[in-house]
Design a protein around this ligand. Structure first.
Ligand SMILES: Nc1ncnc2c1ncn2[C@@H]1O[C@H](COP(=O)(O)OP(=O)(O)OP(=O)(O)O)[C@@H](O)[C@H]1O
Ligand SMILES: [Mg+2]
Length: 360
């Protein structure tokens, strides 16, 4: 029996759109690119093909940022997507790799324990010991595979990788070469290879990029959504996608509930109420768009399995409280103050106020 997979890759979930775009695309494609830069940007930002077929937007935000990101990938510079948590860096990088290379799986997850092997290559020790270093015993890293096949490679959380390991990328990015001294060889990158790295500028325990490495990247900063409307659009779209993927037996949340969550997040993040009248304190965690999406999703799961399938205030309250209170002492006080001074007074918010009140 074939087991259902939990999460489809971008190139699987949007395979049809990618095929249609490839067929309609008459513009020049850089070597080894599946699509032209124009078609990649249509895939990311959404649009309509000549025959009227709609392409859904994946990233919602300023088109210019996406154009700069795509243009960078056609040059000899790598792309660094920078921004606070939950601004869609990972999401965008997956979709770029899917659109450009048809493959988003060449991925290095950066952690404090990432070693050079993960960036360069390792060895299959059994065959290394039995037969000595040979091409068969070599275990290529995702970076090495991307160089050989002319594909995009994603490096997640680049700044979590220890600095000396990060620097293994310098030769790769500047010379497009990966020496393998044990075999007396060097792998030269095939056209189409490039790196998309993501990093967030908020987390602790980061290792800043050396200036030598920084010069190999063009940085694109992904901002938080500029307006409440934009943020509501992002959240609405992603919550619908995710609840479909999770097969949650719940109705899509009412637009009003999404609006309320986004309003609370924006006010706490910005330190000011929407009408600009009152200051509020900001909690310690980043109340990102990504987190707003999770609050609604967990609410939907509660509604689906323990409610009547329609998202209610009680279903949101738990997620909201969890998202806001990251530090039990400080954030609790900030949240209570917000509940009493802002939420309690707001017309039509009595249900949500009461539900949140019960949990603190
Ligand atoms: N502008 C946007 N357009 C579309 N989706 C967005 C946008 N901003 C955030 N999202 C959504 O928010 C969720 C979180 O995004 P993602 O995981 O890519 O964030 P991130 O920037 O990589 O965060 P972190 O720094 O925590 O890794 C995703 O579901 C993504 O679709
Ligand atoms: Mg990420």
């Amino acid at each position: 029996m074939i087991q259902p997979i939990q999460r489809e890759l971008a190139e699987q979930a949007y395979g049809r759109e990618l095929d249609l775009l490839a067929r309609a695309d008459r513009r020049p494609r850089p070597p080894n690119w599946r699509l032209s830069p124009w078609a990649v940007s249509t895939y990311i930002l959404g649009g309509t093909l000549d025959d009227g077929t709609p392409i859904t937007p994946k990233y919602i935000g300023r088109p210019r940022l996406i154009e700069i990101a795509i243009a960078t990938l056609t040059t000899d510079r790598a792309l660094l997507l920078l921004g606070v948590p939950g601004t869609g860096k990972t999401w965008l990088s997956e979709h770029l790799a899917a659109a450009v290379s048809g493959d988003s799986t060449l991925l290095v997850q950066g952690t404090a324990g990432t070693s050079e092997e993960v960036i360069r290559y390792g060895w299959n020790y059994a065959s290394l010991i039995a037969r000595g270093p040979s091409a068969e015993a070599l275990v290529p890293s995702p970076v090495l595979s991307g160089m050989r096949d002319g594909k995009l490679v994603r490096v997640e959380e680049l700044t979590r990788i220890p600095s000396d390991v990060q620097d293994a990328l310098i030769t790769i990015l500047s010379e497009k070469l990966l020496p393998i001294p044990e075999l007396g060889q060097a792998v030269q990158a095939v056209k189409g290879f490039n790196v998309i790295a993501t990093a967030n500028d908020r987390d602790r325990g980061i290792n800043d990029l050396s200036s030598a490495l920084k010069r190999r990247f063009n940085t694109v900063v992904l901002p938080l959504p500029a307006t409440p409307e934009e943020e509501v659009t992002i959240v609405t779209r992603r919550v619908a996608d995710l609840s479909r993927a999770l097969e949650l037996p719940a109705e899509p949340p009412a637009a009003e509930e999404i609006r309320r969550v986004v309003t609370i997040f924006r006010e706490l993040r910005g330190g000011l109420t929407e009408d600009g009248r009152a200051k509020v304190k900001s909690p310690s965690g980043t109340l990102s768009t990504g987190e707003a999406i999770s609050v609604l999703n967990s609410g939907l799961a509660l509604a689906a399995h323990f409610g009547d399938g329609r998202l209610a205030a009680e279903d949101l309250a738990a997620g909201l409280t969890g998202a806001v209170i990251k530090d039990p002492v400080q954030d609790s006080a900030i949240w209570q103050e917000y509940l009493e001074t802002v939420m309690r007074e707001r017309d039509g918010w009595g249900d949500l106020y009461a539900a949140c009140r019960e949990l603190v």
